[in-house]
Design a binder for this molecule. Structure first.
Ligand SMILES: [Zn+2]
Length: 59
């Protein structure tokens, strides 16, 4: 994952969305690949596990 990219988390359960910067994502997920990070994710709002990760290109 590139450091300048940011990541958007969309919860499919409660439709909350939040954005993380690259460094925040590294802190949260370590170096594990996005696919497994996605599976580990829990929505901070509803606790659901249907979060979708989208990598946003750097602006
Ligand atoms: Zn949710």
């Amino acid at each position: 994952m590139r450091f300048k990219a940011s990541i958007r988390l969309d919860c499919l359960d409660c439709a909350s969305a939040r954005t993380m910067t690259g460094p925040q994502a590294v802190t949260a997920f370590g170096s594990c690949p996005l696919e497994s990070a996605e599976r580990r994710l829990r929505c901070s709002r509803c606790g659901g596990r249907s979060a979708r990760l989208t990598v946003l290109p750097p602006v």
